[in-house]
Design a protein around this ligand. Sequence first.
Ligand SMILES: [Zn+2]
Length: 311
Amino acid sequence: MARADHSLAPVALTRRPLDRHGELRGDPALLTDRLADPATRVLHLRGDTAPVTEGPEGTTRVRLRAPTATDADHLVVYLGEADGTHYLGVVEDLPEGAEPAPEERTLRQVGASLDDVGAALFVTTLALANWHRTHRFCPRCGGRTVPVLAGWVRRCPADGSDHYPRTDVAVIMAVVDDDDRLLLARGRGFRSGGMSVLAGFVEPGETLAAAVVREVGEEVGVEVEEVTYLGDQPWPFPSSLMVGFRARARSTALRLQEDEIAAARWFTRDELAAAVADGSLVIPGRVSIARRLLEHWYGGRLQAPDVSTMR
Ligand SMILES: [Zn+2]
């Protein structure tokens, strides 16, 4: 991997405004003390939505509240502290098909416009909630596990084993040819007209750069080199870390992996801008690192209707 190029524009969901205070999580009284303190601020996640206030000029703030008597009935996680304020996430599971309240939004909907603290609280609570929801049982003995360490570990009371939150690492890459054209592809699950840069999960035993080379080879039959790290982004839908790269194509002929890729083509900057402007091409929303990679190659912001739910 070549040295990082720091010119990728700020990626949503990546600021670190909170001190997570990992050293406090082992205190068995941490959650009860924080729940008893009216100065604590709570992000209440219902399903995958949180209440927000949408202000003027596209700014959005997560609506936080003081703890309530019923919070302890739900999963509670300690998120951290900023400027002397401690933050908790309270996770309420909703029945299948339940509708969000009018003031609630998903992280995909508001992630690009959230304030830094709000984004950190929302992304961390959602990532932990998604993990807790799917790891209720011990992988060793099948027994029911319980949350410990302020929501950052699940423990099996039967055999004492501890289980940590998982993050699934994916690579996402802007592939550019010798004529400085960008490769975009439409996955099978994309909306009509939607295209993005290629991405795929890292496999066990593989480096990040090797995953970039393999994924591009598998999906479009192109050999790439000069794999360069550009930035990364937590992407808790449900539990990914997207690691962004640029890579240079050694060839341009495309051979699509038909069960995954519906279409792919090379774009010049003029072709891309024209297709975005006339609506024939729908690019990923501003919340995503995919959009940042695309604009990094393009050399500026692309004006497009914000579509934050491509898949
Ligand atoms: Zn067990």
